[in-house]
Design a protein around this ligand. Sequence first.
Ligand SMILES: [Zn+2]
Length: 299
Amino acid sequence: MTEQFKPLTDEEKHVILNKGTERPFVGKYDDFTEGGLYLCKQCEAPLYKSQHKFQSTCGWPSFDDEISGAVKKVPDNDGRRVEIVCAHCEGHLGHVFEGERLTENNIRHCVNSISMKFVSTDDLKKQDSKNQASDKKQSEIKTAYFAGGCFWGVEHFLQKQDGVLSVESGYMGGASQNPTYQEVCGKNSGHLEVVEVSYKPKEVSFETLTKLFFEIHDPTQSDGQGPDLGPQYASAVFYQNDEEKQVSKKLISLLEDKGLTVVTELIPAETFWKAEDYHQDYYQKNGQQPYCHSYQKRF
Ligand SMILES: [Zn+2]
């Protein structure tokens, strides 16, 4: 059966076929935070998204969620632990531990780096644009830009949405090129803290994303968001075309019908300046929960 899969090295066979364990702290993806997808080394089935990954300090890549249906749990031969294998090829991945309270999901998939192959969001985009030639609409990727207070929280919630490939924190709307966090926080640069959402319109619409955006921040607060005060925390949709503008307008008037005084601005999108690396996936990297954003159903 393995003939149809990728040929494995002896080291890979030791872990993937014979259920061995690589040494801690030396695996390729242990201390690794790039955005993208983790595939099964043997069959290349997608297993985990980078937003499922968190820093657990256990020495192996740790995930607190998996791509739906990608991972199978089986009792380990040791009679104590729960083994995880690729649901497609049954290659050994590692073990799963519950109840450690390391993240909100309270589960840790402890996976051998050698059992996986990482593909970055950029590579996925490139791959996708190649596929577009043969299958145009299916693989299209779009972006959307939202400002709703501290970008850590907006990123945290939007990247949980199905159909979203990645969310990056950055700045938009000011006059200077390549602004720094210090400049934006100095409140004079004119930039807002903005997230860039890359999504598959086949799987999630701009309208769904925008509704979610309105439900994870307070679109009625005019001086900032929660305890974060300042013009850089203003609420805004940076639209890229008339369709996005009209959808946003429609949602705002639905909220106004419900009695909300919405202050969200609709602004034509400009250059998105990606924020410094330490801002990306902030809550994931730090194992914290957002303090200034929470989900509230509004539609
Ligand atoms: Zn597999």
